[in-house]
Design a protein around this ligand. Structure first.
Ligand SMILES: Cc1cc2nc3c(=O)[nH]c(=O)nc-3n(C[C@H](O)[C@H](O)[C@H](O)COP(=O)(O)O)c2cc1C
Length: 301
C-alpha cells in the first residue's frame, strides 16, 4: 500500500521525531506542508502531551504522528493519553513496542516502529505494525550499525508492509534513491533542523549549514551510539575513557545545543548535513524533497 494512502498525506515524507526539537510548531508546519510531522515526547508528562496534542490540532487539520522513544522512562504515563485521545500515527523507537502495539492499533492509530535491522523489522511486521522505518547509521541522533543503502533493500525483501527509508536523506536525489531501493517513503531529520520554523538557536542551524561531508562523529557505545556534529564537546567525549565524566559531559548536552552553547552542546545531526546549505521554510524543504518522489506512472513501469 502506498504510504500516502496509509497515512492520508500528500507527500510520503515523514519529519522524524527529534528529541526536545520536534515540538508542535514544527509538527504542524510539516503536516500543513503535506508531509507528516512527528511530535517528540522526550520530556513530556501526561499533561504536557495533552497540551501539545491540543496545540497541534489547533494549528493543523492534517494527520500527524507522535514518537515514543522506548528508552524514555515516561512511557507508562504517556500511553494512557494516546489510548484515551487517539492520534493518527505513533512512531516507536529504541525498544520493543510489543506490550502496547495492539492497544494502539485497537484505537485506530497507525503504528510504525523505527528499526535498525532485518530481524527486528520482521518481528514488528509479525506483531502487526502497519509499516517500519528502516533507519541507517548515517542519521543524526541515536543510531544503529547498518547503512541506509544496504539496510533498506534487505528490509523491503523481508517484510510485506511499507518500508520508510531514514538516515542520510535530505535532498531530492536522496528521496529518489530511497524509492529506487524499494522504499515507500522517507523519514528525514537533519534537513528539518535548519527549517525556519524549527525551534533551535541560530548557532545550531549555522553549524549544520557549515558542516562538511566529514562533519559528524559517533560517540558512545551500544544502544547509546549518538551521531552529532564535531564540536569541542564531541572531542572531549571521544578523548575520555572515564564513563562518569562521559555521563557528566553528556547530561543535558542536547538542550545546551538547542540553546546555542557551541562549547558544551551536543549538536545531533546526520551525515547529510554536508549537503544542507540554507535556512528555508518547511514548505520549501518539503517541496524540494517531493521532487524526488516518483510519479504514479514511474511506479507502474
Ligand atoms: C537532533 C535529532 C534528534 C533526534 N531525536 C530522535 C528521537 O527522539 N526519537 C527518534 O525516534 N529519532 C530521533 N532522531 C532520528 C530522526 O527521527 C530521523 O530518523 C533521522 O534524523 C533521519 O536521519 P537524518 O538525520 O539523516 O535525516 C533524531 C535525529 C536528530 C537529528
Amino acid at each position: 500500500m502506498q504510504l500516502t494512502r496509509l497515512l492520508h498525506i500528500q507527500n510520503p515524507i515523514i519529519q522524524g521525531a527529534m528529541a526536545r526539537i520536534s515540538t508542535p510548531v514544527l509538527v504542524a508546519a510539516v503536516s500543513n506542508a503535506g508531509g507528516l510531522g512527528v511530535l517528540t515526547t522526550a520530556t513530556s508528562t501526561a499533561q504536557s502531551l495533552q497540551a501539545d496534542l491540543k496545540a497541534i490540532r489547533a494549528s493543523t487539520r492534517k494527520p500527524f504522528g507522535v514518537n515514543l522513544m522506548l528508552q524514555q522512562n515516561n512511557i507508562n504515563d504517556l500511553l494512557p493519553v494516546l489510548l484515551a485521545d487517539p492520534v493518527p500515527a505513533v512512531f516507536t523507537s529504541a525498544g520493543n513496542p510489543a506490550p502496547f502495539l495492539q492497544n494502539l492499533l485497537n484505537v485506530g492509530t497507525t503504528v510504525i516502529p523505527v528499526i535498525p535491522n532485518v530481524e527486528i523489522a520482521k518481528k514488528m511486521a509479525d506483531l502487526g505494525a502497519n509499516a517500519v522505518v528502516a533507519e541507517g547509521a548515517e542519521s543524526g541522533g541515536h543510531i544503529g550499525t547498518e547503512t541506509t543503502m544496504s539496510l533498506v533493500p534487505q528490509v523491503v525483501d523481508a517484510v510485506n508492509i511499507p518500508v520508510i527509508a531514514g538516515g542520510g536523506i535530505g535532498t531530492s536525489a536522496g528521496v529518489k534513491a530511497a524509492f529506487a531501493l524499494g522504499a515507500a517513503g522517507v523519514q528525514v531529520g537533519t534537513a528539518f533542523l535548519v527549517a525556519e520554523e524549527t525551534p533551535v538557536d541560530q548557532n545550531y542551524k549555522q553549524l549544520v549549514i557549515q558542516a562538511s561531508d566529514t562533519g559528524t562523529v559517533v560517540t558512545g557505545t551500544g544502544a547509546n551510539r549518538v551521531r552529532s556534529l564535531k564540536t569541542p564537546l564531541t572531542e572531549k567525549l571521544l578523548a575520555t575513557t572515564d564513563s562518569k565524566l562521559f555521563q557528566q559531559l553528556s547530561t543535558g548536552s542536547l538542550q545546551r545545543a538547542i540553546d546555542g552553547d557551541t562549547e558544551r552542546g551536543s549538536f545531533m545531526a546526520g551525515q547529510i548535513a554536508g549537503a544542507i546549505h540554507e535556512i528555508r521554510p518547511v514548505k520549501a524543504i518539503i517541496a524540494e524533497l517531493a521532487k524526488g518522489v516518483p510519479s504514479i506512472i514511474e511506479y507502474l513501469y
